[in-house]
Design a protein around this ligand. Structure first.
Ligand code: MSP
Length: 505
């Protein structure tokens, strides 16, 4: 089955913060890894423009919503570029191809008899772009945004979500891995089992959005428009080529836990209604927090990923995102933890290992690496490919990275254990010396290929420094494939020292 991965499409009412970068990085790690394994892949990300909160920001700036989104979209397109995320398409919900598809999709839901007219009255949180029931509010405030929701009352079109309860339960019962981690599947399943309320899929008082095909006076509710992006993009991302037959339903949606219901309940129901297969799988990750508060624009505690990249580079930010919080769980992040991991793990564990290894090959072997007999580290390297792949297949990007790092630590121990600088002093130990150097080079090459999905630039630099071809296909994660070469020079530091930005900056 091909591998199609998506991130949520991000609201453009502000600029990107580290929480948005987080999902994009995770998706890129997954998709690059699958490409290494020869999978056919497609990676989609983009922006969600037709939100009420977007229209409000535009109004505050004296712009039309379209002028505003056209102005800010560049910053969002820059995010995957600067993160070195290898996306195949960047969708804007204001794309004409998307609007056309949404209209067709909603018409299908309507024709299927799943739409009726009704009046909705309730508390609407514009931060969530969602109605909240009284018991969800805490002291009358949205528990996520800590703001008072608006009282909204209007005539809307409703989607008969309640009619899909049985089919959704069946879906969850038949497909144990439909939603991962499993505790999130349980959460979604109990929400469904608790009874589903129909929800409104249109807005009568807004004009910023996609007109409802059977009633041009209303526009699609932002979620009834946004979710459809995962399918619409496939119809126009490649001019004249409909990618739906190749990639639907082979899709894996990545999302934060804040939008679980929309993805794990509403979206499969809408798809079934419109006559499409539900997605293959959804992975719900946790929140990054700063001082125990979710990092979010509305709470004002954001970390700018582009600033972080300016200082540490994309690879370090990607590494930190995969490593500092176990993917799937919530976690607190301290802004200086990037600095700490940069120095200790990337700089010392990995960077120094490469510098030392290449310097020793240059110095003791005149830059020549020769293939030596029986490797003492082959066992660990042998198992790595399977272990990493198995972890990544269940979205455990943190666990897979730890497997690789275990090898990195092992190679450092190997240096300390065999002390090549002492072997070099003894003419009778030349063979032993070149054996150790080959083991280190071979281990580093395997690590470089295994790490490619996480730190693509670093991976390439390691292979280059070792005089190895830039082949990162997954079969290369195996011992003994390092070629004999000449001309190896002491490599410059992979992660040169940087000054930690001061709090004021
Ligand atoms: N526009 C909707 C999604 C529509 S998808 C059809 C939306 N946008 S958002 O801009 O609020 O981005 C939400 C996503 O950004 C989350 O699901 C998550 O993937 C990511 N994150 C935003 N803040 C985050 C954290 N503090 N921590 C981790 N991820 C976070 O909701």
């Amino acid at each position: 089955m091909p591998y199609y991965v998506t991130t949520p499409i991000y609201y453009v009412n502000g600029t990107p913060h580290i929480g948005h970068a987080y999902t994009t990085i995770a998706a890129d790690i997954l998709v690059r890894h699958q490409r290494q394994r020869g999978q056919e892949t497609f990676f989609l990300t983009g922006v969600d423009e037709h939100a009420d909160k977007v229209a409000r920001v535009a109004e505050q700036r004296g712009l039309s919503p379209r002028e505003y989104t056209d102005g800010i979209v560049g910053t969002w397109q820059e995010l995957p570029r600067r993160l070195n995320a290898s996306i195949d398409f960047f969708i804007r919900t204001s794309d004409e191809g998307h609007a056309r598809f949404v209209q067709d999709f909603l018409q299908r839901v309507y024709d299927n008899g799943d739409v009726y007219e009704g009046v909705y009255a309730g508390w609407y949180c514009v931060g969530c772009e969602e109605f909240k029931s009284e018991d969800e509010l805490v002291d009358g405030l949205c528990p996520i945004h800590h703001t008072k929701p608006d009282w909204l009352e209007e005539k809307n079109y409703f989607f008969r979500l309640s009619a899909y309860q049985e089919r959704l339960l069946q879906l969850y019962d038949e497909r144990a891995d439909f939603v991962l981690p499993h505790f999130r599947a349980n959460e979604a399943r109990s929400f469904i089992a608790g009874g589903l309320r129909d929800f409104s899929i249109s807005r009568a008082t807004q004009t910023w959005g996609i007109p409802i095909p059977w009633d041009q006076d209303q526009v699609a509710y932002v979620w009834a428009d946004a979710l459809v992006n995962y399918l619409s993009a496939l119809t126009y991302a490649r001019n004249g080529d409909d990618l739906r037959s190749a990639y639907w339903p082979a899709v894996r949606h990545l999302l934060g836990k804040d939008i679980l219901r929309f993805h794990c309940v509403y979206w499969p129901a809408l798809l079934l209604s419109a006559g499409y297969e539900p997605p293959h799988q959804l992975f719900v990750h946790g929140w990054l927090s700063l001082d125990d508060r979710k990092i979010s624009k509305s709470l004002g505690n954001v970390i700018d990923p582009l600033d972080m990249i300016d200082v540490y580079g994309a690879d370090a930010v990607r590494f930190w995102a995969a490593r500092s919080v176990s993917f799937g769980q919530d976690g607190n992040v301290a802004p200086d933890s990037v600095h700490e991991r940069y120095e200790r793990e990337l700089g010392n564990d990995l960077g120094n290992l490469l510098s030392r290894t290449t310097a020793m090959i240059a110095r003791y072997g005149d830059g020549t690496l020769s293939v030596a007999g029986e490797s003492r580290i082959a066992g660990g390297l042998e198992a790595l490919a399977t272990r990493v792949a198995a972890a990544i297949d269940v979205y455990d990007i943190t666990g897979a990275l730890e497997e690789i790092w275990e090898i990195v630590r092992g190679l450092n121990r190997h240096v300390e254990l065999h002390k090549p600088w002492e072997l070099a002093k003894d003419a009778s130990k030349t063979e032993e010396l070149s054996r150790v150097l080959y083991e280190l080079a071979d281990g580093l090459r395997v690590v470089a290929v295994a790490l490619y999905a996480y730190v693509p630039e670093t991976s390439t630099r390691i292979l280059e420094a070792l005089g190895q071809p830039p082949d990162v296909s997954w079969e290369q994660v195996a011992p003994g494939r390092t070629r004999a070469v000449t001309g190896i020079e002491a490599a410059p530091p992979l992660f040169p020292r940087v000054d930690a930005p001061t709090a004021a900056a």
